[in-house]
Design a protein around this ligand. Structure first.
Ligand SMILES: C[S@@+](CC[C@H](N)C(=O)[O-])C[C@H]1O[C@@H](n2cnc3c(N)ncnc32)[C@H](O)[C@@H]1O
Length: 277
């Protein structure tokens, strides 16, 4: 009972921190551009997520009638089993943890630009550990120690960080992130994202991408002045990503996994592509 109260209190604290940090980012961005009005107080209901760093993202994405995130059904075991993996824009880490559990990665690192989402991800990892621990008697595949050894999370802005340069990965995931990189760092940011992914992959490695369609950019173009400015100047629309990745970045092949994806909740029926280096 006491534990449950503590958990609720911690959850409230995390949510408060999250709102504060995100609002700070928005205020800073506006301040930097000289047009912000930091004196105007934001109401909680107007919470802005300038990087798609939503709280409770999976509550919308995976509804109660689903047994698992439908995207897991189109992922191939051989991309992950015994492999070192990177999940760019992991949000609260649920997909990262599920991939590790379902396919048995050797390691998987989830990175996100928002430190509050990384805190959420570690919270979920501990929760999964506890569940596994109590299910140990029912012979679950992983012991709790195993999962914590496999999965880790780190706060990084993938576009700008140099911390990952010495690493290499067999599989890199970038699910529902391209729009946010594109809106915040423009065409240059998108090319940086693709080039860095290429550099971090081992030869033969797999890049799994779920790009948001151009029409969805419109909904988020006004989250900050930066996004509004980039929205106006974007030339490389998502329809061209495949061609860019094959002809300019240098991936050898692409596989469209969309046809086998069914059961996605409304607004999340997006294309998923797997590129091989
Ligand atoms: C819409 S969520 C997608 C979450 C997850 N990949 C999925 O599809 O289940 C996008 C995530 O990307 C993160 N993000 C956006 N730009 C980023 C960047 N430059 N570096 C790292 N993470 C970023 C956001 O904070 C957010 O959590």
């Amino acid at each position: 009972m006491g534990g449950e109260n503590d958990q609720n209190e911690n959850k409230k604290k995390r949510n408060r921190n999250s709102v504060e940090s995100i609002e700070k980012v928005v205020t800073n961005q506006q301040g930097q551009q000289g047009n912000g009005n930091p004196s105007k107080k934001k109401k909680k209901s107007q919470e802005v997520f300038p990087f798609g760093n939503y709280r409770n993202y999976y509550g919308y994405r995976v509804t109660h009638d689903m047994d698992e995130d439908p995207r897991l059904k189109v992922m191939k075991r051989e991309w992950f089993a015994g492999k070192d993996c990177l999940d760019i824009g992991c949000n609260s880490g649920i997909m990262t943890i599920h991939i590790a559990k379902k396919f048995g990665c050797s390691s998987i690192l989830g990175i996100d630009i928002d430190s509050s989402r990384i805190e959420d991800a570690y919270w979920h990892l501990r929760k999964f550990d506890r569940t596994e621990n109590s299910g140990k008697r029912s012979k679950k595949k992983f012991s709790p120690r195993d999962l914590s050894q496999i999965v880790s999370f780190q706060k990084e802005n993938f576009v700008q960080t140099r911390h990952l340069e010495d690493n290499c990965y067999d599989t890199i995931l970038c699910l529902s992130v391209t729009k946010w990189v594109h809106l915040n760092w423009g065409d240059d940011g998108l090319i940086t994202l693709f080039s860095k992914i290429w550099q971090l992959l081992t030869p033969g490695g797999i890049f799994v991408m779920e790009p948001q369609p151009w029409k969805s950019y419109e909904n988020n173009r006004r989250v900050s002045e930066t996004t509004a400015m980039h929205y106006r100047n974007i030339v490389l629309r998502p329809e061209r990503f495949q061609e860019i990745l094959l002809d300019k970045i240098g991936f050898r092949t692409v596989e469209d996994l969309t046809s086998s994806l069914s059961g996605a909740s409304k607004g999340f029926d997006r294309q998923i592509l797997a590129f091989q280096k």
